[in-house]
Design a protein around this ligand. Structure first.
Ligand code: AMP
Ligand code: GLY
Length: 428
């Protein structure tokens, strides 16, 4: 089959790498892809919001399956457009993508279906007074979320009631996050460790991947600003088999069933962002796609035909109830541009990429890179994801392998966290 992957980050590079291992795959296109996908696929430059152009390209290349990486085109309805053109698509339609695109929708959905989540209320522009009153009822800290897409930056947590009021006003008045903040969710703060569980869904059935843990903060020890994700590892031992059974039964199954019953079956990757709170496992958020950088660690663990699984999901005919996994662990350390997630420079020449060999169990997934003549230069905040694969029983060894590899790559201002995986192994 011919597959097209939409997106240009580390997640999409990992998808291209894994999908090209499937015997049924003839050709892969990446739209637009990056210098890492270039060796595995044909990159085609196109702007992702040009749905018409994308479908023309798919027809020209006789694409059998489209896989959409990022949330924005999903929320914008690209999956439905692709299906309308008669092409299978692994990704939810516009209505189902609201599970990520609207936190108000997703929280109300969880309430309707008794899915465990933090206590909350939602408020619109007209309800500023009620929102401020609700803040007075809550114990601090409190969590305030812009309902719409805000590139991972729309969640604010504060212990200061006065600051909470200011945030609520700024969001509802459109001074922060524009339209994305015109509806907000205010919710109870939960304490616990986080874990991401991905379910590949066909609208009715699903299979889950290895549980992963992301590191969202820029600094060691989970300090500093939020980022898109500075590293990940899988499987996350905190999510035991027993816990995963519970998550499937109490969270994933009612979500998939509820979406179908409400008339928008979920086809694609349902990302459950979970917190293991004292009061039980709860959903912090859903995403309507694979996570980044979690994909870079969960896909290498699959010992099964991913292209076939995604093709079956996209056609509503998933035939497995389990995916075969390698007895392995994977760790991804993100190399970022100095200054990220604030201002950073681009155009820095990256050296040492040739020192990393897949046969040694290390993969380099490109994220924010660009070709400049013979060189590869930095072109984004998160530049590379250095991913080591090792024994499942030796996560500490896999972490060390990732850090040994990262030292072989350099660029001006490179920054990475030095404690990826620390929660699972005690320290670094
Ligand atoms: P979200 O985009 O909703 O996942 O929120 C981003 C991050 O904010 C999560 O990964 C958590 O670290 C944190 N967060 C969100 N909601 C809560 C909550 N109710 N209690 C504690 N932390 C939260
Ligand atoms: N790693 C977090 C996300 O993909 O949203």
């Amino acid at each position: 089959m011919n597959i097209a992957i939409i997106g240009s980050g580390g997640r999409e590079h990992a998808l291209a790498w894994k999908l090209q291992q499937s015997p049924s795959v003839k050709k892969i296109l990446c739209l637009p892809g990056n210098p890492g996908t270039e060796k595995l696929a044909e990159n085609i430059a196109v702007t992702i919001d040009n749905h018409e152009a994308i479908i023309d390209i798919f027809k020209q290349y006789a694409i059998d399956l489209a896989v959409i990486g990022p949330e924005m085109p999903l929320v914008d309805g690209l999956a439905g457009r692709i299906r309308d053109a008669g092409i299978r698509c692994f990704g939810p339609g516009k209505d189902a993508a609201r599970i990520e695109g609207s936190k108000a929708f997703s929280k109300d959905f969880m309430k309707r279906h008794n899915i465990p989540t933090a206590e909350f209320r939602t408020f619109t522009k007209q309800e500023e007074y009620d929102a401020i009153r609700y803040l007075d009822e809550l114990v601090m800290p409190v969590v305030i979320k812009a309902s719409g897409l805000a590139a991972g930056k729309g969640v604010l947590i504060t212990e200061d009631r006065e600051e909470a009021r200011d945030i609520v006003r700024a969001m509802l008045r459109g001074e922060a996050f524009q339209e994305a903040g015109s509806t907000i969710v205010i919710e109870e703060f939960l304490v616990g460790e986080e874990v991401s569980v991905f379910a590949l869904c066909d609208g009715e059935r699903f299979v889950i991947l290895s549980p992963a843990q992301d590191h969202k903060k820029i600094l060691d020890g989970d300090k500093g600003k939020n980022t898109g994700g500075m590293g990940a590892y899988a499987p996350a031992p905190i999510a035991t088999d027993e816990m995963l059974e519970h998550v499937k039964e109490k969270i994933i199954t009612p979500t998939v069933n509820g979406m179908r019953e409400e008339g928008y079956p979920f086809i694609g990757c349902l990302y459950a962002g979970l917190i293991i709170a004292e009061s039980g496992v709860k959903v912090l958020e859903y995403n309507c796609r694979l996570g980044d950088p979690e994909t870079q660690v969960v896909l290498p663990l699959i010992n099964d035909d991913l292209a076939e699984i995604l093709y079956e999901c996209a056609g509503g005919e998933l035939s497995r109830s389990k995916i075969v996994m390698h007895d392995a662990s994977a760790v991804c350390v993100v190399m970022a541009s100095g200054g990220y997630p604030d201002k950073y420079k681009t155009g820095m020449k990256i050296s040492g990429l040739q020192n990393i060999k897949e046969k040694d169990g290390v993969l380099v997934f490109h994220a924010g890179t660009k070709r400049d003549g013979e060189s590869i230069v930095t072109a984004g905040g998160r530049v590379l994801g250095i991913t080591a694969i090792g024994y499942k029983a030796d996560l500490a060894g896999t972490i060390q392998a990732a850090y040994r590899a990262i030292e072989k790559i350099t660029f001006d201002g490179a920054y990475y966290r030095s404690d990826i995986g620390y929660r699972a192994v005690g320290d670094k």
